[in-house]
Design a protein around this ligand. Structure first.
Ligand SMILES: [Zn+2]
Length: 599
């Protein structure tokens, strides 16, 4: 085993590549993907690269090349592995080298990198042996009957448990420590692999005891660590995982990716769930493009990993508020990666494993089929949770839904959602459409100056009910309460800085009407009128500390710059990026100089 892309780890020598080509058997390799029939000196079958009913895919086993007469796909054995396993060329060479027992030589090797590579190979090996040991302990030891029964009762069959390498850790404190050392691994290596931990007295003991173990593997099937479920009901915590370490990084790992990536590539989509047993239950039910996140939030790294295999990801995650905010953050990454994110609305209080255990595989498939676009899901959640009885409640809901609508682009589904929002909020659809349009052309009502002139459309999907709109309203209320300082504050903001477009409009209005804010407001903008009324009331109730308006203004600008930095960071526009970073640094410095006056 070797790790492929470490810097300085050296190129695989040309001679090694030819030795792998000689040793590898083309028919064995292709047969993993295609049912082949002999036709003279060639073999043929249904092409794995395009949909077809009659075989136009042909393999020449002597030259180890393939060609499809239907879609013109073709190449050598390395190309075949790279294409079907979604890996780069060097990794394809490594996979075949491992499969056919060829030791790879590397050129231009840096000794330190070579040392690291060896150490990682040792850790991978230690983890693979631990996995085998724990699996044996689950299946072959009488003491594990309780665990086997638990898994059976969850509806999980032996076949799927074995495919995922599920195991059991004995109750002893040193089973793995003793066996690991006997197998020539040092205490340091076992510790680095996350298999043992240090006790209070300085001694080491097994990390996993009396727990069912789910091996966490990378896309190549190498075990990186374990998720471990306590057996007794009073086990605390219920789950423990391997620590972050030299091999295991929670945020860039997806449970089940080794077995799911083939099905994901074929289906063009992935299903993301939360639990280890959910993944097992789904694979058992034939929904084998399922993977799980380690913890609740899906990360940018995980989305990038999925993007290598597909362009559509269905999230079947717990849709509580924290879960939704994570999904919204994910959407920004997904958008930049060209990934379509959808949400399967799980019935409250059920997880996929439970649904499948009660024969709900078809029901689950249906939920995946009907998964909603993330924006639609987000808007409906806002409407469901908002208080729509009062005008203020409807204003708040409008403020939250407009940015999401703006982020949907000019699509039919946005038009449908726009009408749904207007109807639920009892508002004129034309009015909502206008707000969305204003928002979509940069979030500003006035032209911006400087490098922000060419600003991209405001991103949608700000965290739900973030403190930002609250801070923005507080800023406006302070400006009303303290017109002298308020005039300066309002003169130094742009409406596009506000996350709440209504607050942005109020800022523009107040600039010219600070003397009598709630008088003579535009009749065609009832939400603005209602906000102004509230601001005047709030202004009467709260004394303003000196300097507070400026601090608040800086924080609004800071939050806006953070958003812009995320957007611009995705583009190649380094000039704007540097300008934004400079502005942010200046603000951070000014805020630091002002202490922590509440904003
Ligand atoms: Zn083809």
């Amino acid at each position: 085993m070797s790790a492929p892309f470490e810097p300085g780890a050296g190129r695989i020598s040309a001679r090694s590549i030819e030795r792998v080509r000689d040793a590898a058997d083309m028919i064995t390799v292709v047969s993993k993907r295609v049912d082949l029939r002999r036709a003279g000196t060639q073999f043929s079958g249904l092409c794995p690269f395009h949909e077809e009913r009659s075989p136009s895919f042909s393999v020449n086993p002597a030259d180890k090349v393939y060609h499809c007469f239907g879609c013109q796909a073709g190449g050598d054995i390395f190309r075949f592995v790279a294409e079907t396993e979604s890996v780069e060329f060097p990794e394809a060479v490594e996979l075949l080298a491992a499969q056919f027992g060829v030791e790879l030589e590397r050129e231009g090797l840096d000794p330190q990198a070579e040392e690291n590579r060896r150490r990682r190979a040792r850790l991978y090996e230690a983890l693979a042996r631990a996995e085998a040991y724990y699996a044996n302990y689950l299946w072959d030891v009488a003491a594990s009957e309780r665990s086997r029964r638990y898994l059976r009762e969850r509806g999980l069959r032996e076949e799927v448990l074995r495919a995922f390498g599920v195991g059991m850790a004995p109750a002893n404190w040193d089973s793995l420590l003793v066996r690991g050392q006997r197998a020539s691994y040092s205490v340091d290596e076992l510790h680095a692999a996350g298999l043992i931990q240090k006790g209070g007295q300085g001694g080491f003991y097994d990390r996993f005891r009396s727990r069912i173990l789910f091996p966490i593997r990378d896309h190549r099937g190498r075990t990186l660590g374990f998720g471990a479920r306590g057996l007794s009901p009073d086990a605390r915590p219920k789950y423990i995982n391997s620590p972050e370490g030299e091999l295991y990084h929670k945020s860039s790992t997806l449970y089940g990716i080794d077995l799911a990536r083939g099905p994901i590539t074929r289906a063009g989509s992935a299903v993301v769930v939360e639990g280890y047993t959910d993944v097992l239950a789904l694979h058992q039910a034939g929904i084998d493009q399922a993977v799980a996140v380690m913890g609740t939030a899906i990360t940018p790294e995980q989305l990038k990993m999925l993007r290598r295999y597909c362009d559509r990801v269905v999230l079947a995650l717990d849709a509580d508020r924290a879960g939704r905010e994570a999904m919204l953050r994910a959407r920004r990454v997904a958008g930049s990666e060209g990934l379509k994110l959808r949400v399967a609305a799980m019935p409250v209080g059920t997880d996929p494993a439970e649904m499948l255990a009660t024969g709900g595989a078809d029901r689950f498939r249906e939920l995946v089929e009907q998964a909603e676009d993330l924006s639609v899901f987000h808007i409906r959640s806002i409407l469901a949770e908002s208080e729509l009885e009062s005008a203020e409640g409807r204003d708040a809901a409008l403020g939250e839904t407009v940015p999401v609508l703006a982020g949907m682009g000019e699509t039919i589904s946005r038009d449908e959602m726009l009408r749904e929002v207007a109807s639920r909020l009892d508002a004129d659809p034309g009015f909502v459409a206008r707000l969305v349009k204003e928002r979509a052309v940069g979030g500003a009502l006035t032209p911006r100056s400087g490098p922000l002139e060419a600003a991209a459309p405001e991103p949608s999907g700000r965290p739900i009910r973030s403190p930002r709109p609250r801070r923005e309203h507080a800023f406006l209320a302070m400006c009303v309460a303290e017109p002298g300082e308020g005039e300066l504050g309002l003169g130094a903001v742009e409406s596009g800085w506000f996350s709440d477009p209504l607050a942005g409009r109020a800022a523009l209005w107040l600039r010219d009407h600070l003397e009598a804010p709630d008088q003579g407001h535009p009749a065609d903008d009832p939400p603005l009128a209602s906000l102004l009324e509230r601001l005047v009331k709030a202004a009467e109730q709260r004394p303003v500390e000196s300097g507070a308006i400026e601090v608040s203004r800086l924080k609004i600008e800071q939050a806006f710059l953070e958003d812009r930095l995320v957007e611009v960071g995705r583009s190649d526009d380094t000039v704007t990026l540097i300008e934004l970073q400079r502005r942010r640094a200046a603000i951070t410095e000014r805020l630091a100089g002002r202490g922590t006056v509440a904003g």
